[in-house]
Each structure stands twice: as structure tokens, then as C-alpha cells.
Design a protein around this ligand. Structure first.
Ligand code: AMP
Length: 603
């Protein structure tokens, strides 16, 4: 399906008119979101009716179905009563056959020629998900839509540029010859992206050779170099996830002199050894001694300020910083604010490799308050209501009782749900595993608050703590660290059940010197901050041992990033796993542990 939307993207001319068109289109769709959803389901079924997966469930009935003329409610209830809820494991055998080269219509009528690798950093396991032209089109659409909403709050100048810190990873071939890679990589390789780049050629700082080099360290250097070269023209700075912006600027702290030298001389550091990228960058830059001296002067001052306000100083015309800053990215907000100075942080949209879901229609809101208005044309969405057993707000997600899934038009304000997707790419009633809360409505479509991944759970016995629970606990502990003037760079955790009693381990990478006494206090504070009933009871009876806090050496989390990138993850899609049982990651963490403290006293 290709909904009729205008073709602008970060548009340069007639900007307001084109922005208004796409917003009008979206608001119309939202006005009738329930109806649009049933039409979306109808289109998905019409297109893929008769594929092996659906045949399995519809069986004989299939021959007598008239999807085109069926009443919308009847179609919805026939679909949800006939096709069961599914997890990735249920669809995996079909996806494997596609990967092995089976061209029969298994999940979609159109053959699937590309498979995306979901980042795998959320639950530690990489999964193949079908990617089609529809995936690239919706990516482009949500980017245009979000740009239109942003331009109402933060208009950007004609002829301005964007510093886009984006990186694609390598594409591989499956046994059956299908291209695989991350969704962002496929998007950057897609026709849709190429056309957009062509149209907005002078708009982004980096050429395609930099984005698609496959070596994120080299790409990053060139992004920064070109971003500085065009610094006066840059209107905003962006990356998919906040993590990559923080990572890019912490590298900048080490590379600024080399970058200034390249700007002064119009040269390119020998650390860039990919010929196509060298050539493309050298074609753009030319010697600019006065700019180099200006940047150098700024950096010398910034160094004394611990690089506070780096972005607003070096990019004086930038209006904002833009990326996903919610969920597991929330941890990087503090550092991002530090780098951004007075520039506003604008949180980007909500989606997954499986499907885009919602757009940020309130770009003026701080990332902590951002919600996502569901785009009702992208997929058919269902919502599994989750009810807490206890009053306690912090109780673990597995204390939830599930109810029957409801369609988008039946969701209720304040209610939490797990999202279920039926997509144009061959996923039917697929449990995404994300927990969201309905925070409001935009016309007739719900505005969702991302709560957490459902599966990321620390558990030893009867205790269960989610990513969100862990985040709250770590925030409490790290407040003591901040008081001591030390920064928490990154964190993860592991439930150690190899020794009895089992216990939780939290790994911290910190910046700055701190006494062991302070770390012990942080550890005690975190242990006492887990409010999950199962954990509290188990700690009191010692069926869960003292919390262990391990301090890892500087650069450990970069090693973890390198491990994921080496396994095909893309920098653009990387999310530090907040809880892991991956043996390679645990080995890295344990080898790099330089200090260990325990929370001996409890309660
Ligand atoms: P991936 O498996 O790489 O496609 O990652 C998709 C997952 O990233 C989603 O299912 C969410 O858990 C998370 N995610 C994506 N966008 C956001 C967002 N705006 N806020 C919070 N989490 C997000």
C-alpha cells in the first residue's frame, strides 16, 4: 500500500506548503483511525490472501471468503478469531525457508528478497524479519511527517544542512541468496533513500560513501569532519539513537586536534583507509585555516568546561538535536544535554524492524514527556491489556494479568498494553514484546508512552524486574555517584544463578575517581531500591544473595559495541543490552572488572 502523501523530505522549497499537506493527510487518517485500521487490515489480507501461513489457519473457509465486500467488523473478528497470536518463534520456520531460498508464497504473495536483522541488542538474540519496499516507503513517510511537525516548532533555514550521524552495516547473503542486514542498512541501500538523497543532495553534510562504508569509526570521523567543515550551515544534528550521538562526541573529545588539522590543510587523516570514502570526502573539503583556528579556539575553551555546550558552540546555527531518546536511550539524556548546551533535545519516533508505529507530534516536549501518535496506515495494530495485580506502581511486569487483545479503536487512556502487529511484510498477529501506555489521543489515534521491553527481565527465583525497574534502581544509585562528581557512562546487569543463592550483578562503567566507600553506598542504595515484592522477600530470606556492583574499566562498553557490530549489528541501531546472559558479553564484562563491591546489609 502506498498512501497518497506528498514527496517532500526535510523539504527546501515550498516547505510550508508541503509540510501542511503531509500533516493534513495524517490528521485525516487519525480522525478516522478505527476505520483506517480496518481498511489497512483488509488491504493486508487482500494482498496476501492464500499465502501458506494464512491457509494454515483459514483452511477450507478461504475459498468462500469475499474480503473486498465483507463488513469491516466482521472481517476484523473473523481474522482475530481464526489467526492466533504469534511470537517470532512461530514464524521462524517460514522465515528460515525464505532465507534458504524457498520462493513459494509463504508469508506474502510478493516474494521477499531482503531480510532485516533486528538489532538483537534488546533481548540479546538477533532475529530475521522480512523487509520489503513497503518498509522503506513507510520509513520515508514517517521521516517526512516528523520533519513537518518539527518544522512548525523549529523552522529551518533554506539552504541549510543537517549533520546526520548515520551508519549502515555490511549486507550479507543468506544460504538462499537473500540480502540480509539491519533495517537501517536496507533503508540506506534502498531506492527510496537514494531518491531522497539525490533530491536533497546539498542538504546533508556527508555523501553516501561515508554513510555506507561499513566501518563506523571511519564513518564517524568523516561525519564529524564534514559537519565541522559546514558548521555554519548546519541546522540540526541527528542520529537514530541518542547513544550514537554521545558516542560520536566522546570520540570528538579525543580527535578534535586531528580534525582541525584536516580542516586547516584540506587533508584527510590516514585513519581513513577506505578508498571510495577518502575520495568522496577529499572532493568536498578544501583548506580553511580561519575555520580551523576558530574551532581550535572553541575546543580549548570547551576542554576546560568538560565539553559542556560543545554542540551549541561548534554549530552556532543549529536549532536542535534530534534522535530517539526514550526507553533504553533515556540513560544518555544527561550526557546529551551536557553536550547540547542550550539547544533543545527533540525525541524521534517509535518503531521497530518489524514496523514503524508512532510519530512524535509534540516536538517541543522534553524527551521525558514525549508520546507517539500511532500511524494507522502502517500496520494493523492490536493491544493486549495488561493489568497489575498489585497497587504498587513499580511492581514487575510479570505481575500483570493479560486480557484479550483489543483493536486500536478500543484502547483506553492510562491503560498499559503489549503491542501486536499485523504487517504488510508478512507478520500476522505478531507479539512485538513492547509494553506501552496510552497517554492521550491525537484526533482518533492513541498517543503511546513507551514503557519497556517485556522480555528483559532480571530473575533469580520468584523475583522479576524489567528494564524499567532496573533503570529506576540505577538512577537512584547513580545520584550518589553524581554527588561525588563522577559520571555513570553506561550500565548493564546479569542474574547470576550459577552459584547458590543466586544474585544480581550490576556492571557500571564510570568516568572519574571514586572511593570504594561511595561505591558500597551506591550498591546498598540500589539493592534497597528494587521494590518488586519477589525480590524484597527473597532478599530478606537470603534466597537471593547480596547485590554485586562491578566497576569495569574505561572502554568496556565500546568493546561490547564492537562485538555487536562485528556480528552484523549497525551502529545506527545499537542499544546497550540492559540485562544479559550472553556468554561473550559476560566474559568481556568479567575480564574488564576492576572493582567489586557487595551490598552486605539489607533492609
Ligand atoms: P530493533 O529490534 O532494532 O528493530 O529495535 C526495535 C525496538 O527498539 C522496539 O521494539 C523498542 O523496544 C525500541 N524502540 C524503538 N523506538 C523507540 C523509541 N522511540 N523509544 C523507545 N524505544 C524504542
Amino acid at each position: 500500500m502506498e498512501p497518497a502523501v506528498p514527496v517532500s523530505y526535510y523539504s527546501k522549497s515550498n516547505g510550508n506548503h508541503e509540510h501542511d499537506d503531509i500533516i493534513d493527510w495524517f490528521e485525516n487518517a487519525c480522525e478516522n483511525a478505527g476505520h483506517v485500521q480496518t481498511q489497512t487490515l483488509r488491504q493486508i489480507l487482500q494482498l496476501n490472501y492464500g499465502v501458506e501461513y494464512l491457509k494454515k489457519w483459514f483452511g477450507e473457509q478461504r475459498d468462500n471468503l469475499n474480503i473486498q465486500n465483507m463488513d469491516a467488523c466482521a472481517l476484523e473478528s473473523l481474522f482475530t478469531s481464526t489467526v492466533p497470536l504469534a511470537s517470532h518463534a512461530d514464524l521462524d520456520p517460514y522465515i528460515q525457508r525464505i532465507a534458504d531460498g524457498d520462493k513459494a508464497p509463504l508469508l506474502t504473495q510478493q516474494p521477499i528478497t531482503t531480510l532485516s536483522l533486528s538489532s538483537g541488542t534488546t533481548d540479546g538474540r538477533q532475529k530475521y524479519v522480512p523487509f520489503t519496499g513497503h518498509s522503506a516507503q513507510t520509513t520515508l513517510q514517517i521521516f517526512r511527517l516528523a520533519a513537518a511537525y518539527r518544522s512548525r516548532v523549529y523552522p529551518i533555514r533554506e539552504g541549510g544542512r543537517i549533520l546526520e550521524l548515520i551508519y549502515s552495516s555490511k549486507q550479507f547473503k543468506t544460504k538462499g541468496g537473500l540480502a540480509t542486514g539491519t533495517a537501517t542498512t536496507h533503508y540506506f541501500a534502498s531506492q527510496e533513500f537514494k531518491i531522497k538523497q539525490e533530491k536533497t543532495k546539498s542538504f546533508t553534510c556527508s555523501p553516501e560513501e561515508v554513510i555506507s562504508s561499513g566501518d563506523y569509526k571511519q564513518s564517524n570521523y568523516c561525519h564529524l569532519l564534514l559537519g565541522l567543515f559546514f558548521s555554519n550551515q548546519v541546522e540540526f544534528i541527528t542520529s537514530t539513537f541518542a547513544y550514537s550521538i554521545v558516542q560520536a562526541f566522546s570520540t570528538f573529545e579525543e580527535q578534535w586536534q586531528e580534525l582541525c588539522n584536516d580542516i586547516r590543510e584540506g587533508t584527510l587523516s590516514p585513519r581513513i583507509n577506505i578508498p571510495e570514502m577518502r575520495e568522496a570526502v577529499l572532493e568536498i573539503i578544501s583548506p580553511n585555516p580561519s575555520l580551523a583556528s576558530k574551532i581550535e579556539g572553541c575546543c580549548q575553551e570547551l576542554q576546560n568546561l568538560d565539553w559542556c555546550g560543545l554542540i551549541s558552540r561548534l554549530w552556532p546555527n543549529a536549532k536542535y538535536v534530534y534522535s530517539i531518546m526514550t526507553g533504553s536511550m533515556q540513560h544518555y539524556l544527561k550526557k546529551l544535554r551536557h553536550y547540547a548546551g542550550e539547544l533543545p533535545l527533540v525525541s524521534a519516533d517509535y518503531g521497530s524492524t518489524e514496523s514503524w508505529i508512532g510519530v512524535n507530534v509534540d516536538p517541543h516536549l522534553p524527551p521525558e514527556n514525549v508520546t507517539f501518535a500511532v500511524v494507522p496506515t502502517f500496520s494493523y495494530y492490536e493491544f493486549i491489556p495488561l493489568y497489575r495485580q498489585k497497587e504498587d506502581y513499580h511492581s514487575a511486569i510479570d505481575d500483570f494479568i493479560e486480557d484479550k487483545p483489543v483493536p486500536l479503536s478500543h484502547v483506553k487512556l492510562g491503560q498499559q498494553y503489549e503491542i501486536v502487529l499485523t504487517t504488510f511484510t508478512g507478520l500476522y498477529r505478531y507479539r512485538l514484546g513492547d509494553v506501552v501506555e496510552v497517554a492521550g489521543f491525537h484526533k482518533g489515534t492513541p498517543k503511546l508512552n513507551f514503557v519497556c521491553r517485556r522480555k528483559l527481565i532480571l530473575t533469580v527465583n520468584i523475583d522479576k524486574n524489567t528494564e524499567k525497574d532496573l533503570q529506576l534502581v540505577v538512577e537512584r544509585g547513580s545520584q550518589l555517584l553524581s554527588k561525588a562528581g563522577v559520571e555513570l557512562v553506561d550500565f548493564t546487569s546479569h542474574a547470576d544463578i550459577a552459584n547458590q543463592p543466586g544474585h544480581y550483578i550490576i556492571y557500571w562503567e564510570i568516568k572519574g575517581e571514586v572511593e570504594e566507600q561511595v561505591l558500597s553506598e551506591c550498591c546498598r542504595e540500589m539493592d534497597a531500591s528494587f521494590v518488586d515484592h519477589g525480590y524484597v522477600v527473597s532478599r530478606k530470606t537470603n534466597s537471593i544473595g547480596p547485590l554485586e556492583l562491578c566497576i569495569v574499566e574505561t572502554g568496556t562498553f565500546t568493546k561490547i559495541l564492537d562485538y555487536f557490530i562485528g556480528n552484523g549489528a549497525a551502529m545506527s541501531q545499537f542499544k546497550t543490552p540492559r540485562c544479559t546472559s550472553n556468554q561473550v558479553i559476560l566474559r568481556i564484562l568479567n575480564v574488564c572488572t576492576i572493582k567489586r563491591v557487595y551490598s552486605i546489609a539489607y533492609g
